[in-house]
Design a protein around this ligand. Structure first.
Ligand code: FAD
Ligand code: SF4
Length: 541
């Protein structure tokens, strides 16, 4: 803690708290901001980099974006109080938001704290507790960045026993009049164009891909990179690829670049993978969207405009719309509807830890190795690598769903609790027992073979499920179904897989071989059962 100083003479009416993922000039905290009476407070704190041991690039991008936003506000003559992390921890005036805020409040006369709803339940609770301890009112304002407010989602959910993305997406398209005609019917006569999308690249691969726009680090970013490289040198990931937007102008540049060069082929190849190609036709917009540097409305307007100008086909534009207006909004709605209990769900009672290669990338599985190189280097993989490679393997080997989420939170640049938790614990690990997805997303190596070129160069054989050369994804897939047979056997969407499993279970030798090989792999990979009662207060990373 810093030495206690006398209270400053200036009285602050509203102390506006801005978090690292709230870098939005249109935020509700500015609605009644009075530059004479109010002030902004922003803080870089150790706790937010270590509650899960964050990827170095994730820390650097967040801090650089925060510092750029701070400077923008200062240019506009806002009074900004900013706590910077320095290389030497001894300069910190506290470990957590609550510590640093407490210190500030001791030195200033503050009437009220104002914040927009944080994107993390834990952070919201921390501020509530801090304000209560400090005896200051905390005003929490709605996050207007989304199409659906929390109340909108609540009233959509009222009376529903289960939630389907498809129904929610239809509702959102009509309600916000997006890609619908005047009668509310979908553009092109159908709500989704999935049958036109989800293509593999074929044996010649993706061909010439769009180049990424260049966001070379400026002095602010270079200072942050140098600090993070020293202070957080023992954190996972690399700092090499600092080529992401950290300002609103850069985020707009990324959006326009994507609409011009990526959108046209986004839809057809949404699910395809290719060795050494991390980005393909994906937008990379999740990071600036989640930092609130750009809004979902701007993203959809730009894509729909391209369609109307004949610069992109409907299947691609619909696919992109579904991700942003459908999935992104749905996921956020579920998070706030179900927290805090959601984080404790573990429907399949999975208790294993993740193998070390989720941090090091050292594995002979070609698909996992490629995905992990992207995680380590870029803090990014596209959706199918997250879901069907890294998520699929974690789920089928039996990883604890919260362990997987915490790993994801640490390693991905775009991970904020509201979006990582329902995607990682829910969609990917089926920890929520079917709230987000109607069945577990799992497959054998055959799916990877169909959608990528990985299996050709892999030392494992995707067709084999037992023996030393067997593809681990294929072994674990059958072992997973076998272990969870009782829970999954009546799921109507699992019918085909369960029938095949039952056939396999009749062959004693075959099913025993799978169970033994699965256990052998876990042992080889150092996978252990997590201590019983493991919960989010543990620090597995
Ligand atoms: P694109 O493929 O270009 O998609 C366009 C946009 O759609 C994305 O930028 C994103 O904003 C939105 N989107 C697509 N799918 C989803 C979804 N399921 N949930 C929310 N938004 C979606 N996305 C995050 O933003 N943060 C996360 O922490 C996150 N965790 C995930 C964890 C797992 C295990 C899985 C399977 C998915 C997760 N996603 C998450 C969703 C998705 O994988 C990423 O949004 C996407 O890969 C980001 O890359 P992109 O911007 O190039 O996306
Ligand atoms: Fe991945 Fe299995 Fe294919 Fe190897 S054989 S690349 S482990 S799916």
């Amino acid at each position: 803690m810093a030495n206690k100083a006398p209270k400053s003479a200036r009285k602050i009416r509203n102390l506006v708290i801005i978090l690292g993922d709230q870098l939005d000039e249109q935020s509700a905290v500015f609605d009644d901001f009075d530059k004479q009476q109010d002030a902004v407070w922003m803080a870089e704190v150790e706790d937010e980099t270590t509650h899960v041991k964050c990827h170095q690039l994730r820390i650097a991008i967040f801090l650089s974006a925060m510092r750029h936003f701070r400077d923008l506000l200062i240019q506009q003559e806002f009074s900004v109080h900013y706590h910077e992390l320095k290389t030497d921890r001894r300069h910190d005036s506290g470990f957590s938001h609550a510590d640093v805020l407490g210190d500030f409040v001791e030195q200033h006369s503050i009437e009220r704290l104002v914040i927009v709803q944080p994107g993390d339940y834990r952070v919201l609770e921390n501020f509530r507790q801090a304000a209560a301890q400090l005896g200051i009112e905390l005003q929490i304002r709605p996050d207007r960045h989304f199409y659906a407010s929390l109340e909108d989602f609540q009233s959509y959910a009222d009376g529903k026993k289960s939630f389907l993305l498809e129904t929610f997406y239809r509702h959102m398209r009509k309600r916000h009049r997006i890609l619908v005609d005047e009668n509310g019917d979908p553009e092109g006569g159908q709500l989704n164009f999935d049958h036109d999308n989800r293509k593999p690249f074929g044996k010649y691969g993706p061909g010439k891909l769009p180049a990424r726009p260049d966001f070379a680090p400026d002095q602010i970013s270079r200072d942050v990179i140098a600090m993070v490289g020293k202070r957080f040198h023992d954190h996972p990931g690399s700092l090499e690829d600092f080529n992401h937007p950290v300002t609103r102008i850069q985020a707009q540049k990324l959006l326009h670049h994507f609409v011009k060069h990526g959108l046209e082929l986004f839809g057809p190849f949404e699910d395809a993978m290719w060795s050494g190609e991390p980005f393909l036709y994906h937008s990379l917009l999740s990071l600036p969207l989640n930092l609130k540097l750009i809004s979902p409305q701007e993203c959809l307007l730009a894509a729909i405009n391209a369609y109307q100008q004949g610069q992109a086909d409907l299947p691609s534009v619909e696919g992109f719309t579904r991700q942003i207006l459908g999935w992104r909004e749905f996921i956020r709605g579920i998070y706030w509807l179900k927290m805090p209990d959601y984080a404790t769900l573990n429907a399949l009672d999975q208790q294993y830890s993740l193998p070390d290669f989720y941090w090091t990338g050292k594995t002979s599985m070609a698909c996992v190795q490629d995905a992990m190189q992207n995680v380590i280097r870029h803090g990014y993989t596209h959706h199918i690598q997250r879901l069907m490679v890294l998520g699929n393997l974690a789920q089928t080997l039996g990883a604890h769903p919260l362990d997987f989420h915490q790993w994801h939170m640490a390693m991905y640049l775009d991970a904020i609790d509201w979006v990582s938790l329902p995607n990682a614990l829910g969609m990917s690990q089926y920890g929520d027992g079917g709230i987000v997805g109607t069945k577990p997303y799992c497959s054998t190596g055959n799916y990877i073979h169909k959608m990528s070129n990985y299996c050709k160069s892999c030392s494992y054989n995707y067709k084999e499920k037992t023996g030393e050369n067997a593809c681990p994804l294929s072994t674990f897939y059958w072992d997973f179904l076998d272990r969870n047979y009782e829970t999954l056997k009546d799921n109507p969407r699992m019918g085909f897989a369960i029938k095949n499993l039952e056939r396999l279970q009749k062959d004693d030798q075959a099913i025993t071989g799978i169970r033994e090989r699965a256990q052998e792999l876990r042992t080889q990979w150092g996978v252990t059962t997590l201590k019983s009662g493991w919960r989010d207060d543990s620090k597995p990373l």
